[in-house]
Ligand binder design. Structure first.
Ligand SMILES: [Zn+2]
Length: 212
């Protein structure tokens, strides 16, 4: 369900921010919102539509282009495409157990997920998966294959899609870090509360393969 300050405006179910009274477009596009810090909890994956051109700073308009309504800068005569938010994750197995991290921050704070994070705009998702695993668990992994590509379920708070690899530990010491409160290996029949639909989907598949 859309949150009160997001409403479906564009085609294909995309959401765009509804500006509350007193919330200026300039501040609404910033993260974190410094005007409504108590109520504005848009996650990175919910990053709202741009209101100003990233090239010239001029105000953007809506325009029908390539099959849907998109943001458009009349000064630059440029369509501003909204790109998907991509995450990468790694399923690391050791002696029949899977490596999970407990999230220290929202979204899904306190729940468990695969080591994962958002792909930097100029980064290979495989590099992201290895980097995030190192930052969150202290373990060095070698990727052994591509497991799945999982579409997100939209806001709140998931990536548009997650590239999931398999990996094996090749070094390091298990120690939670970065945005992980703890990092542990779990057997397939004793999984903790899971964070995201993508986490559940990957682990369901892993449990099926493990025959649990
Ligand atoms: Zn412009």
């Amino acid at each position: 369900m859309p949150r009160p300050y997001l409403q479906p405006v564009y085609g294909q179910g995309a959401l765009r921010p509804y500006l509350r009274p007193g919330c200026a477009p300039a501040t609404c596009s910033l993260r974190p919102c410094d005007l409504l810090p108590a109520t504005c909890d848009l996650s990175m994956a919910e990053y709202p539509e741009l209101n100003f051109c990233p090239q010239c700073g001029g105000p953007l308009q809506d325009r029908e282009a390539y099959g849907r309504v998109r943001r458009y800068c009349p000064a630059c005569d440029r369509i501003i495409f909204r790109d998907p938010k991509v995450a990468a994750a790694v399923l690391v197995e050791k002696e029949g157990r899977v490596l999970l991290i407990r999230r220290a921050f929202g979204p899904a704070k306190g729940r468990w997920s695969l080591p994962a994070g958002f792909v930097e705009y100029d980064e290979d998702p495989a590099t992201t998966a290895i980097r995030e695993c190192r930052e969150e668990t202290g373990l060095e992994v070698r990727l052994t294959g591509l497991l799945d590509i999982i579409p997100g379920e939209g806001p709140p708070a998931e990536a548009s899609f997650t590239v999931v690899y398999r990996g094996e530990v090749v070094g390091g010491t298990l120690r939670a870090g970065d945005d992980a409160r703890s990092a542990e290996f779990f057997p397939p029949d004793e999984l903790p509360p899971l964070a995201f639909a993508s986490t559940r989907r990957v682990l369901e598949r892993w449990r099926e393969e493990a025959g649990v």
